[in-house]
Design a protein around this ligand. Structure first.
Ligand code: AMP
Ligand code: GLY
Length: 434
């Protein structure tokens, strides 16, 4: 579809989206923070602006007069950009700030679940008093997760057993959140295997993508701190080897119920809704709900999407989504992120050389938070390059990535075990033994 799309965002997920827009015959004008060389090479024009420049961004978009706008990163979705575009009658395939509250306030999300009886909720408490929070944590016999309500890039959540040496440290963390944000969310800690389910929605219909899993921990074997996501997997059947089909159906029902409840609560949700779920021994629980594509899992599903992405964006924005019309290719896929040295602790920006000569058709290299050229990138402190591969099986795709690592030179870190046979076997075993 030959339309003009304005895309806000300049990471790996947005590179994957831009490639599909180009393939579908669309024209891209991008608004970026870092000068992503891949997105730049596909854009008619590039503008630079950060999330604190709302008026500037809205003026650029009004002048460009696009057919549709896609606002991708959470930091931009939290602002009034989409609200102002709606007011100016400009078509947008992303949620308003009111609908995005489902991600920007974890407290709102939990309370919405409670008010509308959405299944998969867990025990939670909200405190605005240090005294009450302290008393609650003192009396705890089980482990809990302590969270700020707002956006944290996956890094603000701490678990009472994993992150603190003792109760006092946990209390101090909860108090510091109250001092900063006035409120803290304390949730029961649940155990199991996490999975990500993403769906495009126009506020009524949902088009579900294959289920993905993000490898959040920094190091091989799921060691080290949580990160924004070191890589991700999807399988050819749309499920994952360790998931029960009935749990995927439950997760789909939960996401659909969220979209409906948001509407009943006065906010039409339009764009991508992405649920982070946990399959426990008995059930499915909601860890968090996001109002955008996941990164890296968004890279998997965008690349697997089988159709015209411009049409998908237009129908999302126009409230004309037809579930049956959109499909995803039935192959397995893996993403592994190349990150700067020290990522997760004390990252150092660096230069990486990239060789894409004769890149096999089922392997792709997406550019993340980098600038420079397609052959030589300067990293920021964030994730740099996403290497993607497809295969008949997840582990085969994982090995294809390893076989193409010679293409990247420089000092970097990554996880090699994403989608490996050993890693998958461990996850399957967990549910057969327990
Ligand atoms: P969130 O930003 O809420 O997705 O949290 C980041 C990560 O912390 C999740 O992906 C989980 O791995 C972990 N986490 C968050 N909440 C809980 C919880 N209630 N129980 C166990 N783990 C959690
Ligand atoms: N994959 C983690 C996130 O996008 O929040």
């Amino acid at each position: 579809m030959n339309i003009k799309v304005i895309m806000i965002g300049s990471g790996g997920r947005e590179d994957a989206l831009a490639r599909r827009i180009k393939e579908s015959g669309g024209t891209i004008v991008s608004i970026m923070t870092n000068d992503n060389p891949s997105i730049r090479s596909m854009s008619e024009r590039v503008h630079f602006a950060g999330e604190d420049e709302v008026e500037k961004i809205v003026d650029i978009i009004r002048d460009e007069n696009p057919d549709v706008v896609y606002v991708s990163p959470d930091s931009f979705l939290e602002t009034a950009i989409v609200d102002k575009l709606e007011y100016s009658k400009i078509r947008v395939a992303s949620p308003s700030s009111r609908a995005f509250k489902i991600e920007s306030s974890k407290i709102y999300m939990r309370q919405l679940m409670k008010r509308y009886g959405i299944s998969g909720n867990i025990k939670f408490e909200v405190f605005d008093s240090e005294y009450e929070a302290g008393k609650f944590l003192d009396d705890l016999s089980r482990e809990f997760a302590i969270k700020p309500a707002g956006l944290t890039g996956g890094k603000g959540v701490k678990l009472t057993d994993a992150h603190f040496r003792n109760r006092e440290e946990a209390k101090e963390y909860a108090f510091s959140i109250i001092r900063n944000d006035r409120k803290v969310l304390i949730e029961e800690k649940i155990e199991g295997e996490e999975f990500s389910l993403q769906a495009f929605t126009d506020g009524t219909t949902l088009v579900f993508a294959p289920v993905a899993q993000d490898y959040k921990r920094l190091l091989d074997g799921d060691e080290g701190p949580n990160t924004g996501g070191m890589g991700s997997i999807t399988d050819r059947n749309g499920s994952l080897p360790f998931l029960k089909q009935e749990n995927i159906e439950k997760a789909k029902d939960i996401l659909a119920k969220f979209v409906k409840s948001l509407y009943d609560d006065g906010a039409l949700f339009r764009g991508v809704i992405y649920g982070q779920f946990m399959q426990t021994m008995k059930d499915v629980k909601v860890i968090e709900i996001n109002g955008r594509l996941a990164d890296p899992e968004g890279i998997n599903i965008l690349t697997l999407f089988d159709g015209d992405i411009c049409e998908l964006l237009m129908s999302t924005a126009n409230a004309e989504l037809l579930e049956k019309k959109f499909r995803f290719r039935k192959v397995a896929s893996v993403v592994k992120y190349i990150v700067p040295k020290g990522y997760g602790y004390n990252p150092e920006s660096t230069t990486l050389k990239v060789n894409t000569e004769n890149l096999p058709g089922d392997v792709r290299i997406f550019y993340g938070s980098v600038s420079g050229t397609l052959n030589e990138v300067e990293t920021t402190h964030s994730r740099a390059l996403a290497i993607y591969a497809e295969g008949e099986t997840i582990w085969e795709a994982s090995e294809k990535i390893e076989a193409n690592l010679w293409r990247i030179t420089g000092e970097y870190e990554m996880r090699h075990d994403i989608g490996s046979k050993k890693s998958l076997a461990k996850k399957v075993e967990y549910f057969t033994l327990n």
